[in-house]
Design a protein around this ligand. Sequence first.
Ligand code: ADP
Ligand code: F6P
Length: 327
Amino acid sequence: MSNTIKHIGVLTSGGDAPGMNAAIRSVVRTSIFNKREVTGIQQGYCGLIDNKFVSLQSHSVSKIISLGGTFLKSSRCPIFQTPEGRAQAIDNVRKAGIDALVVIGGDGSFRGAHLLSQEFGFPVVGVPATIDNDIYGTDFTIGFDTALNTAVQAIDKLRDTADSHNLVFFVEVMGRDAGFIALHSSIATGAEATLVPEFQTDIKKLCAYLEWERRKNKTSGIVIVAEGGEQGGAVEIAQKVKEILPEYDTRVTTLGHIQRGGSPSCHDRVLASILGYSAVSALLEGKTDVMIGQKNGQIVYTPFVEACSRHNKINKKWHEISYILSL
Ligand code: ADP
Ligand code: F6P
């Protein structure tokens, strides 16, 4: 166990994700268990630059395991992308006596963390937290399960209205460039079609499919559209469909940031707790410049460079299955 790391800093960065608080709690309590001091950095990398440091005790993280968002707050911090910004950050961290960092965030945050390690030899490990689930080196990211359940609950409700009024709903879900929330929520709600950025959308085929479904007396429909597709979001897709099928009564719902909030699911709380514990353990074992993930139930360490340059891919077969099951 490392004797050089006596004081650990923890921050949350990028888009917030349900379970970030559970991860912070785990980092704090594991550090204290190992007799290490622990400091929270507020507002992600901006807090490093602006000296927003708070000393954390065990009671500081009481009752936060069930809370959404991040009590340390998060940010997207462009100034950290400059060499001057990072130099200021590392200067502040060292002056605060912090010996190592746990960065909880997505791949953008890990790009920044990698630079801290490369440019200054500073010990840093990452914990993957984003609703998008697109990070290489872990089966699931913290927040994905909760976001997915939020989307599924909303889509189930839209289905009631779609059925009652013979409507076709185009529901836009988040995911940045990845279709995980779209594909999983589609299977879980029996959506008629799923448009993901990973595959090209043929609008004519989509319309032919919707017509075929209607001929089978399916009077309503749910089309899930992941943001980030080449043909646009739900508004654009609905417009294009309406041009070909003007007689269809359509509605568009964008779920938006509702997917980022709320109390984390049991799955996300457990994942965050295990990854937070493993992050501190990794630092104390001398690991650095790596992301902590869980694959097939095992803790795995992926170099930041790899975690940032590769992406988890949706399962092509599952896309086909979602289509077969909605026939
Ligand atoms: P996420 O971590 O959820 O992917 P972002 O992509 O917004 O979110 O990244 C979070 C923050 O990480 C950015 O605001 C910036 O401060 C830092 N960051 C992202 N990319 C880089 C980079 N190439 N170099 C340095 N810092 C970066
Ligand atoms: O990465 C999480 C995420 O919610 C993406 O799904 C989405 O594309 C993006 O962040 C939205 O970011 P912002 O809240 O900064 O608009």
